[in-house]
Design a protein around this ligand. Structure first.
Ligand SMILES: [Zn+2]
Length: 595
């Protein structure tokens, strides 16, 4: 691969710890262990009589818990960030495992607290939840209670936590190690190159059709070589999930994700059904794109082929400029916050061997700033990735005024800030261009990104549902999983995109299926929600900005439904979700006019 403008852009983790051998890591872990033991000694007797519980000791306990979790979060984040930056380094692997084990030990000492809180009868609990002394913990205390019907005894919970390290967590690590060590051998410019997963995936956006086809062939061919281990990992995790569902009394495999997201299945099912009824919007676009490419029909490897005139390469430094400008136009505070990420080295953007593929933003706690990892490959879509992760980053910064328990947002609204940031940057990029061919390229790219977020993530979620349903009957073979994958995708592509035989391996490298099952629908939620919010911003102008900032600052201090209400959003309404598709239609119309 040609040299890359993000070379040398690495994050600086030294404000967390000096290196993996920093003695502070051990001293923090020891201090946490002591504090946790002290906490247990002091509050176990209090919590063991939930009927006599009063606000003052409960408040004291929560403050202490926060302190311990903050400290643990610092160590845990450092270990996982180091590991993500270089999964192959033995000292990173060692640290990650050591911290994971020690944290489990500490968390086990604290576990009684949440469990005892769940034991309290409703009338006692409700009185405390509404006590003004506990105001800042109201949402936390209330939302913990939602796990009441699904929580096991303290001993059982402890056993599960301990066994998970060598059980499902270990299978997750195995998946990460296998997929980040994959090497894809590809003939390019007369020589054979060794590419990693993100590099081979980015070739799908190349103009050269034969190269795109080779990339797809190489991708699926290499994945098929690891079919046995990848299927085994997935099958095992599904079985683990189903076992836990049975033990914890969840009615469906997706139910625990809904509960975690603080959302009900009605809202999600309404959203997914509306999305399916709009698959035709995507199919119309695929026919239009085939015409643009002068093909009778799209093949899978044409899906992301560039059209119009490309803006490329797009150097990292230019991405920084465009993003900051777009943020500034929305609100100067946005620019100010984002500048810190670039200036203070909170972003790791270069491509390296052993580095985790894809991109993420980690916002460990209100006391720490967020960190961003991405693999910047000088494509326009990488600009959008940086904008996306920075959106998360701004959310993470703005909600730092919340306490530890109110800091994290549920997944459904966790993608709001990121996707909104993408819209801002996209409009700025589009407005800068005069050449219609360049505008065509940008619009097509945006539409395809939205499809990847809305339609594809919907397909991914339907696939997961199918896989779980099939696993209930019997162990999954590579063949069976491949068939389910093709079924779910076939509904989306219809007869407008030709799926190659190798596409049956398309599921096998997707980390969400392994690390965070049923995560993907929150992308659909986030994108459709944002399309509607963005329309409101355009209609209302500057008066929308403070409402939006308040939403981000609120972090996870209430349910998504409650936080969105002041903005005029009703997530149970089919009409609301359909609004998102009207925005998508507006984009495709704009593109048609240009053509
Ligand atoms: Zn995201």
């Amino acid at each position: 691969m040609a040299s890359n403008s993000a070379e040398g852009i690495r994050w600086d983790l030294s404000d967390l710890f000096a290196d993996p051998n920093d003695p502070h890591i051990e001293s923090i872990l020891k201090a946490c262990l002591n504090q946790a033991a002290g906490f247990a000694e002091q509050f176990r007797p209090v919590m063991e009589k939930p009927m006599e519980l009063t606000a003052a000791p409960l408040h004291q306990a929560l403050v202490q818990l926060e302190t311990i979790y903050e400290a643990l979060g610092r160590v845990g984040s450092y270990a996982s960030l180091l590991y993500a930056a270089d999964t192959a380094k033995p000292e990173h692997q060692d640290l990650e495992q050591r911290v994971e084990q020690r944290s489990t030990e500490i968390r086990n000492l604290l576990l009684f607290f949440e469990l005892a809180w769940l034991q309290a009868e409703d009338d006692v609990a409700n009185k405390l939840i509404n006590d003004p002394k506990l105001k800042s913990y109201e949402h936390y205390l209330k939302s913990l209670r939602r796990y009441r019907p699904h929580t096991l005894s303290e001993l059982e919970e402890k056993l599960i936590n301990e066994k998970d390290n060598t059980g499902r967590n270990a299978f997750g690590r195995l998946f990460s190690e296998v997929t980040s060590s994959l090497t894809f051998k590809l003939d390019h410019d007369g020589k054979t190159e060794d590419l990693n997963l993100s590099q081979v995936l980015s070739l799908l956006h190349e103009p050269d059709r034969a190269l795109r086809q080779r990339a797809v062939d190489t991708l699926y061919n290499e994945l098929s070589q690891h079919a046995q281990v990848l299927t085994f990992i997935y099958d095992n995790l599904l079985q683990d999930h189903l076992t836990m569902d049975r033990l914890r009394h969840y009615p469906t495999p997706i139910a625990q994700r809904h509960l975690f997201n603080e959302i009900d299945s009605g809202a999600v099912e309404a959203m997914m059904e509306v999305t399916e009824t709009n698959y035709g919007v995507a199919q119309d676009y695929f026919r239009l794109k085939a015409k643009l490419l002068e093909l009778p029909k799209l093949a899978l490897h044409d899906q992301y082929a560039p059209v119009g005139k490309e803006v490329r390469p797009y150097p990292y430094q230019q991405a920084e400029q465009v993003i900051l400008e777009a943020f500034e136009a929305f609100d100067p505070r946005f620019r100010q916050l984002a500048t810190d990420f670039f200036m203070k080295n909170w972003i790791d953007a270069e491509i390296r061997n052993g580095k985790r593929s894809g991109a993420f933003c980690a916002s460990p706690s209100p006391q720490l700033h967020p960190y961003i990892l991405c693999n910047y490959n000088d494509n326009l879509r990488d600009v959008m990735t940086v904008a996306h992760e920075l959106g998360h980053g701004l959310h993470g910064c703005l909600s730092r005024k919340q306490n530890y328990f109110n800091y994290d947002t549920p997944l459904t609204t966790a993608e709001t800030a990121s996707v909104f940031a993408e819209m801002l940057v996209f409009d700025n990029l589009l407005a800068r261009q005069n050449d219609p061919q360049v505008q065509i390229a940008l619009l097509a790219g945006k539409i395809e990104d939205i499809f990847a977020t809305v339609f594809r993530q919907n397909v991914l979620t339907r696939f997961e549902e199918l896989a779980f349903a099939a696993r209930k009957d019997k162990r999954l073979t590579p063949d069976a999983v491949g068939k389910l994958w093709l079924d779910a995708n076939g509904k989306y592509y219809g007869d407008t995109v030709e799926m190659p035989e190798g596409y049956r391996w398309g599921w096998s490298y997707i980390p969400h299926f392994i690390h965070s099952r049923f995560y993907c629908y929150s992308y659909v939620f986030g994108q459709l929600l944002v399309l509607a919010l963005y329309r409101m911003y355009k209609d209302e102008g500057k008066s929308f900005v403070p409402k939006y900032l308040t939403l981000l600052e609120a972090g996870g201090s209430d349910t998504p439904e409650a936080l969105l209400k002041p903005l005029g959003v009703d997530i149970h309404k089919v009409e609301f979700w359909q609004k998102g598709f009207e925005e998508i239609n507006a984009l495709t119309k704009k593109l048609q006019t240009l053509i």
